[in-house]
Design a binder for this molecule. Structure first.
Ligand SMILES: Cc1ncc(COP(=O)(O)O)c(C=O)c1O
Length: 362
């Protein structure tokens, strides 16, 4: 189904783009929402040809996220499928710079590629801007995540991107935590933005989905070619759910952020918590339970409203102790609980959390 050719408009605010982009033309009898097109093949000699090359439902999601990030979007079957496709850009045996505290799946993917001599991973402390810029020397690609998952560190994207470009490296930013509503890496020098759209963009813990956005046509063609060949394409229903999620992204992010701010402040005053990490925006908070792993495990088992679960970015509040995953590095505190703050009433969230923390404090 063709989308209105004049839209989305560049002068729209992100909230308007999130609601209005990716819709069928405003014409009699057109549905307001793009249909879920279940098709593995199309009539020959058109633009699509085959289901691995494109799909009208993907296109509506891609149009909307592309407009929000300021480039052209490609959807993938998951965030990690997107990571794999982007890393496939670099040549054999080249160096990739990445944060030591990036999402552990991305770091594991780099370690796996390195173990097979596919590339060399140079892991850095992403908060040490000068060291990261130095590490860019000789690199083919610089991978950034800001805030990092779960350490919640921030990178100076502009400065690092400038240094990386001087060294001739691509700059890729995983923007999953910030979303395009809080940070638009393409305007800060990034060549490619990556998302686990499983998280905030879809927003309801019901779909696995990934995406990338680039404003560089050559990179877009190279990455589209790789998606076609590698075949890590999204499900049609998942892109429809992803687009449904984008419609309320601004409302959900605003509410989660305001809840997260309040909780971060209150957690700082609780005797069971030795450290609170909050980057100043977004809905993810880190709290270090003072008495360590066992106490943190007791906290996550002692709530009624908060759900003990991995993943993040949904309307529902979830939390977990990150070091329960063996793949999480030892530099992450044993008692660090990552909270993904949802959109519930903040007083109910606090009462439930405070009760659980009182259990270990008392
Ligand atoms: C920052 C970040 N990037 C990438 C991923 C991977 O995404 P997916 O689980 O959709 O493959 C995750 C998943 O937790 C993540 O948090």
């Amino acid at each position: 189904m063709p989308h209105s050719p004049e839209r989305p408009r560049p002068d729209w605010s992100p909230a308007t783009t999130a609601v209005a982009a990716g819709r069928p033309p405003h014409e009699a009898d057109q549905p307001l929402n793009v249909p879920i097109t279940m098709a593995s093949t199309y009539g020959a000699t058109g633009d699509l040809e085959y289901g691995r090359y494109g799909n009208p439902t993907w296109a509506a999601f891609e149009e909307t996220l592309g407009a929000l990030e300021g480039g052209r979007c490609l959807a993938f079957s998951s965030g990690l499928a997107t990571v794999a496709t982007v890393l496939d850009l670099v040549g054999q045996g080249t160096t990739v710079v990445a944060p030591r505290h990036a999402y552990n799946g991305s770091v594991m993917q780099l370690a796996d590629l390195e173990s097979r001599s596919r590339l060399h991973a140079r892991l850095v402390d992403v908060t040490d801007t000068a060291a990261v810029v130095t590490a860019c020397d000789g690199a083919a690609l610089v991978w950034l995540e800001s805030p990092t998952n779960p350490a919640l560190e921030l990178a100076d994207i502009e400065t690092i991107a400038a240094g990386a470009h001087e060294a001739g490296a691509y700059v890729v930013v995983d923007n999953t935590f910030a979303t395009p509503l809080r940070q638009r890496p393409l305007t800060m020098g990034a060549d490619v933005v990556v998302h686990s759209a499983t998280k905030y963009l879809s927003g309801h813990a019901d779909a696995m989905l990934g995406a990338l956005v680039t404003a560089d046509d050559q990179l877009y063609d190279a990455l589209k070619g790789r998606r076609d060949l590698i075949g890590a394409v999204p499900g049609t229903l998942e892109t429809w759910l992803g687009l449904r999620g984008l419609r309320t992204l601004h409302l959900r992010v605003d509410r989660a952020e305001s809840n997260a701010r309040t909780l971060a402040e209150r957690l700082g005053g609780h005797e069971a918590v030795s450290e609170v990490r909050y980057p100043g925006f977004g809905g993810i908070v880190g709290m270090v339970v003072a008495d360590g792993a066992d106490a943190a495990d007791l906290v996550v088992r002692s709530t009624h409203l908060w759900i003990h679960a991995t993943s993040l970015g949904g309307v529902e509040s979830t939390f977990e102790r990150r070091r329960r995953w063996k793949s999480e590095p030892a530099t992450i505190p044993d008692g660090l609980v990552r909270l993904s703050v949802g959109v519930e009433d903040v007083e109910d969230l606090w009462a439930d959390l405070e009760h659980a923390l009182d259990v270990v404090a008392g």
